[in-house]
Design a protein around this ligand. Structure first.
Ligand SMILES: NC(=O)c1ccc[n+]([C@@H]2O[C@H](COP(=O)([O-])OP(=O)(O)OC[C@H]3O[C@@H](n4cnc5c(N)ncnc54)[C@H](O)[C@@H]3O)[C@@H](O)[C@H]2O)c1
Length: 438
């Protein structure tokens, strides 16, 4: 099939490249000239494992192309995906739909023969209706359908998630559009992922409900971790003890610094706005948002306490800046709250991240960046692990100890064992676990 992908960010680029890998002919379009020029030169605008190789292969085999010119891509396509950003609107937290509606207007101008327009961007309930109004107003005679096909891929595992999804959700109100969407995903039939056909509004809501549920699960275990600290229990054992219950499941039960990233913060906000306006407030998600915000703000205090209740004039080495491993995405990362908090209390911050430093540098003024975790630790009064990159799981702890001025480690991801760290002579604190017994 011939597909146009409007927006070549994380979702558009990964989806476009995977569809091309399935054998479809995909034209990826973006307004960002620098991004398209880089892609044409074979450079990836994002770090995502396996993506560069897959893009190169599909470009070489002429199934994948990149352009800033939307009309020819749309005119040639049977299916047009919209994968532009839907950030939180400044001030009120609603999803900013201006990119989606601009794209809809441009598609309407270009699509003279009609097509299926598919929203992959995460959009509030009713956005598909509005897109339909926009296109119908511009092209009253054209034959087209508007479909919702929310994306559930995770950054860092995006290709696997796209090619082996737990489910595919398609919200379409007519049979012809459903048939075309079946064709789009036909190459996946071998893996037999469940395809859930719903009406459009339901599909739009499924995406928000999924993200809000996951954000709630994370926040739940984070609060249980705080309780564990207060009463001397171990959150990892609690997580295991509840996660083995099939009704609960073990995923998303890792206590940590609070969720961040490109989706959960903005999607939870957008959901509560939709719910408030519909006069059906979702109190649990409102609470999750405020608990998570407070948690991130309290991170600096945790580190300060571990440093003897003051970091004035001290150096703190921070390992891991991105909101999770295997991505260079810094959006809403806990490090963006922690580091300024430490600096405001008088600390000098050294930082390292395997992939995120390029994006982090302009966002974290005053921070000193280092090429290796060991260089970052050199002369520091404490080491804080913020993101659980594999590269931090097997640090040479003797070398780290020798590099640090004092052996203080704050592990916000629980990647080390308290006993092991105590044996090695560290003053180690983690999340929701009792200190090693001496
Ligand atoms: N990042 C994720 O992990 C993820 C996962 C699932 C769903 N989503 C959703 O997918 C959508 C896209 O997210 P993202 O992280 O890929 O965003 P992104 O910011 O990385 O990319 C969006 C791209 O769209 C381009 N764009 C904007 N308007 C355009 C237009 N009119 N024509 C052409 N290009 C245009 C921008 O230049 C940008 O490159 C969002 O709604 C997001 O919530 C994201």
């Amino acid at each position: 099939m011939r597909i146009a992908m409007i927006g070549t960010g994380y979702v558009g680029l990964v989806s476009g490249a995977c569809f091309a890998d399935f054998g479809h002919e995909v034209a990826c379009v973006d307004k960002d000239h620098a991004k398209i020029a880089a892609l044409r030169a074979g450079q990836m605008p994002i770090f995502e494992p396996g993506l560069d190789e897959m893009v190169a292969r599909n470009v070489r085999e002429r199934r994948l192309s990149f352009s800033t010119d939307l009309p020819p891509a749309v005119r040639n396509a049977e299916v047009v995906f919209v994968a532009v950003g839907t950030p939180a609107r400044r001030g009120d937290g609603h999803a900013d739909l201006s990119f989606v509606y601009d794209a809809a207007r441009e598609i309407a101008q270009a699509a003279d023969g009609g097509c299926v327009i598919v929203t992959k961007s995460t959009v509030p309930v009713g956005t598909g209706d509005e897109i339909e109004n926009i296109v119908r107003a511009a092209r009253p005679a054209a034959k087209f359908s508007v479909v919702s096909n929310p994306e559930f891929l995770r950054e860092g595992a995006a290709i696997t998630d796209f090619k082996r999804p737990d489910r595919i959700v398609i919200g379409a109100d007519d049979e012809q559009a459903r048939a075309i969407m079946r064709e789009v995903y036909r190459p996946l039939y071998l893996n037999a992922p469940p395809i859930l056909f719903t009406d459009r509004r339901t599909a739009e809501l499924i995406k928000y409900a999924a993200n809000a549920f996951l954000a709630t699960k994370i926040t739940f275990i984070n609060e249980i971790a705080d309780l564990c600290e207060a009463v001397g229990a171990d959150v990892q054992e609690v997580a295991r003890g509840i996660g083995l219950d099939n009704r609960i499941g073990s995923k998303f039960l890792h206590a940590g610094p609070g969720y961040g990233g490109s989706c959960f913060p903005k999607d939870t906000l957008a959901l509560i706005k939709t719910a408030q306006e519909a006069d059906a407030p979702i109190n649990i998600v409102e609470t999750v948002i405020s608990v998570n915000d407070a948690r991130k703000k309290a991170l600096a205090r945790r580190v300060i306490d571990a440093c003897g209740h003051s970091v004035e004039g001290k150096t703190v080495a921070v390992l891991g800046l991105t909101f999770k491993p295997n991505t260079d995405d810094m959006r809403e990362a806990p490090s963006l709250v922690l580091i300024p908090g430490l600096q405001a209390s008088g600390a000098v911050v050294h930082a390292h991240d395997p992939q995120g430093m390029k994006h982090a540098k302009p966002m974290l003024p005053g921070t000193r960046f280092f090429e290796t975790p060991y260089e970052a630790a050199e002369g520091a009064d404490a080491l804080v692990i913020v993101t659980e990159w594999d590269a931090y799981r097997a640090l040479d702890l003797e070398r780290i100890k020798q590099s640090l001025k004092s052996p203080v480690v704050v592990d916000l991801r629980n990647i080390y064992r308290p006993e092991e760290m105590a044996d090695k002579g560290f003053r180690y604190t983690s999340i929701g676990r009792p200190p090693a017994k001496s």
